[in-house]
Each structure stands twice: as C-alpha cells, then as structure tokens.
Write a protein that binds this ligand. Structure first.
Ligand code: PMP
Length: 417
C-alpha cells in the first residue's frame, strides 16, 4: 500500500474554509445550549444551501413525473433528472448509460446481489468479503449464498486495520466468482488499494463490487480508472439528500442482468403474454424515482466539484492529523484503525467507560459522535469490543471543533471514572 500523498500546500491555503462552512445552515445551530459540533459525517453528511435550494427550486417550480408526460413540466422534470444523471456520471468519470440511480448503497449492492449474483452462483462457488465490511455489503451476499449454495470467505486484517493482502490473494481460488469490498472503511477509515485488488481479481476472472460510500464524499474518485466491475455509492454522505445514490456497472454486465424490481419505466412493452424490458440503466429503475433528490444530489456533486475533491481530501487529512495529535492527550484513549492510508474517521474507546455513555455526555456538550457497532458487527467482534465511539470529520469541520471534542473528552472521562 502506498503512503499517502503529501498535502499540496496550495490546496489548504488558497481556500476560505470558513466561507465554505458558512454555506451549511445546520452548522449554525446550537444543541443543549452549546454550539453544534457535528462529527458524524460518516453516518450522514450535512447539506450546503446550494443543495437545499436545488431541491426546493425543482419542487416549487418544476415538479412533475419523469419520462411520461409530454407537457412542459414533464419535459422539464425529465430534462432535469437526466441532466442529474449526466452530472453524476461526469463526477465519477463513468458513462451515463452505465449509471443506475437508486436510493443509495444498500439498494445498489442488493441490485448486484439479486440481479447479477443470484442467477449465476451455484453450489461450489464462493464469494469473498472482508472483515471491515458494513452490513450492507455482507447481508445481501449471505442471502444470495443461502439461496444458491455458494459459500462466503472472509479476508482478514492486520492489527492496524489494513487488509492483509497476502491473505486476500490466497483466498482468491478458482471457485471464487465475486469479491465485494469497501473502498474506505466506515469504522477504521482504512483506504483500500482498490486498483491493485481489482487487478488481481480480474487476472483470476473474479467480478469485483466496490462499496464507495465512504470514498466518494472525501476524495477524487475516478471509477473508470479503478478497474472494478460494479461501484456503489450513496448520496446523503456526499452533501446530497437522503434516499439518493447509484450503482455504476460495466455495460456488458448490466446488459446481461435481469430486472431486480418490476413496474413502470423499466419496460419497453408490456403484454399479458410477456414483457420486453428496457435497456440499462432504466431496466433497474422501476417506478417513480427520487426525482427531486437526485437533482439535489447532482447539485451536491457540482458544488463539491466547485470546491475541488483534491482540496477536500487535503483539508480532511489536515484535520485528521490535528485530531490524532490532540487525542493522544486523553488518558486511556485507544484508536481502532491506524492504517497508513486513512480517511478522517476515528473510532475510539476510553478505558473504563462505555461508548454510549461517552456519546450521551458529549451530546450534552453539543458534540455529535456516533456510538455503537457502526453496522459492522463482525469487525467489532474481531477487535473484541461491543461498541466504540466514532468521530468522523468532513471538510466543514474546524480545528476548534476537534479541540472542543478533546476538551469534552477530558471532562466526561472524569465524570465517568
Ligand atoms: N457501506 C458503508 C461503508 C457505509 O458507511 C454505509 C452507510 N453507513 C452503507 C454502506 C450504507 O449506505 P446507505 O444506508 O446510504 O445505503
């Protein structure tokens, strides 16, 4: 795994991060009489005014269903929705006809499970997952394995929370048909070497599915350059509305896949004797989509592009370094996940305290962190803990907010011990 690229100085100095932060209305509010310190962006990200405005503008002035009506509003809605697909395709560097819009990563991964894996896998086949997966990238494969007789193998981690790559290569035996793994871990922040893993999988004819939920909001992602077969992402973590996201898939794979859900929009012709399905991506978009949501998501992508994803990544690396240094002052604090290449997600525990108590007391200080198992039971079990606290940062956070977290941790630790 390569060392993280040094932060280009211009990326952090040329941008007025305070002015960028000021575009997020929710960050102005107080909680329990204290200024909100929002450190839960891995759970869901906050939205800039431009995204809120895009959703409101569509809803107030253009609302109609897509692809059906010939009236003016119907055309405007269709144009805006398909324009959103184009914007998102450009943002990820993929073809627009290979981009299925859906409610987010959970839907996207289930779509691959039900439409690609279920019809193909059979007893004797294997699926490889990793120890650091979110439940959304475990449970759909278990459902497929149960119904097909395929087995699941798990790639393990080093104590630092990096993938044990030699171990992974050993798992990629001839019966493996599919490898599904996170681009970035939502618990450890580990950034996996996606290109290298996809290259090794492709050499062995294994189909790759990448869960990009925690990568797309925080670093430039050129999906075409990764060499994967499917890439899933979720909109609400990248400044977009909830219930948005997508699945990119190689055209030749999408073309072979049967529909996941049936209904309107996904057909060319319906007769009681039989139905002709639409081409991808429409084949996988049955029913009325989240039109306003995806228009908001495209506004988010354009807005992020305006700031610059490389600058966002550099800013967050700077904040992560600040947090890592500041947290060393808290006695008994242990950080889970110290990968060499790591996103700004910090899972931690303080000896003698429970994560939920910590998070509850932090909330009284206005500080929002997540506590629990972070939808990653197998990972927490491997670390031998029942819960951790997780502070997850975004470019709109500040050094002062991290210092507020550390000061509050000193205080609540004393209350609890
Ligand atoms: N994978 C990862 C790594 C995640 O962090 C999340 C969200 N916590 C998901 C999948 C699921 O995303 P969604 O709930 O938006 O479908």
């Amino acid at each position: 795994m390569s060392a993280p690229a040094p932060t280009p100085p211009e990326a952090t100095t040329a941008i007025d991060w305070a002015a960028i932060r000021a575009q997020f209305p929710v960050l102005e509010r107080t909680v329990h009489g204290k200024p909100l310190v929002y450190l839960d962006s891995a759970n869901t990200g906050q939205k800039p005014q431009a995204v809120i405005d895009a959703v409101n503008e569509f809803t107030a002035h253009h609302n109609a269903n897509v692809s059906r009506a010939v009236h003016a509003l119907g055309s405007e809605a269709t144009e805006a929705y398909e324009g959103a697909r184009s914007t998102l395709a450009r943002f990820l560097n993929v073809r627009r006809d290979e981009l299925v819009l859906c409610s987010g990563t959970t839907f996207a991964l289930n779509l691959v499970a039900y439409s690609w894996a279920l019809p193909r896998l059979k007893p004797g086949d294997a699926i490889v997952l990793t120890r650091m997966e979110h439940h959304a990238n475990i449970v759909p494969w278990q459902l497929v394995a149960e119904r097909t007789g395929a087995t699941i193998k798990v790639a393990e981690l080093t104590p630092e929370g990096e993938l044990d790559l030699d171990g992974l290569w050993r798992l990629l035996t001839p019966e493996v048909r599919l490898l599904a793994f996170a681009h970035v871990s939502n618990v450890l922040g580990t950034v996996n070497p996606v290109r290298e893993i996809c290259r090794e999988a492709a050499k062995r004819g294994i189909t790759t599915v990448v869960d990009g939920s925690q990568a797309v909001p925080h670093r430039p992602v050129d999906v075409a350059a990764l060499g994967c077969d499917f890439y899933a992402f979720t909109g609400h973590k990248m400044c977009g509305p909830t219930g948005t996201g997508g699945l990119w898939g190689r055209r030749e794979l999408l073309a072979q896949m049967p529909p996941f859900l049936g209904g309107g929009e996904m057909i060319k012709e319906v007769r009681f004797e039989g139905t002709v399905f639409n081409d991808p991506p429409m084949r996988f978009e049955a029913g009325t989509p989240n039109i306003a949501g995806h228009i908001g998501l495209a506004a988010a992508a354009a807005w992020l592009d305006g700031v610059g994803m490389a600058a966002i990544e550099a800013r967050e690396q700077h904040l992560l370094a600040h947090a890592n240094a500041a947290l060393t002052t808290v006695p008994g604090l242990r950080i889970f996940g110290t990968a060499r290449e790591k996103a700004a997600v910090i899972s931690f525990a303080i000896a003698g305290t429970h994560a939920h108590d910590l998070a509850t007391l932090l909330d009284l200080e206005g500080i929002a962190v997540r506590s629990g198992q972070h939808c990653a039971h197998p990972l927490l079990a491997w670390f031998g803990v029942s819960a951790t606290c997780r502070a997850s940062l975004a470019f709109y956070n500040t050094e002062a907010e991290i210092d507020a977290l550390v000061a509050a941790l000193h205080k609540v630790r004393q209350l609890l011990l």
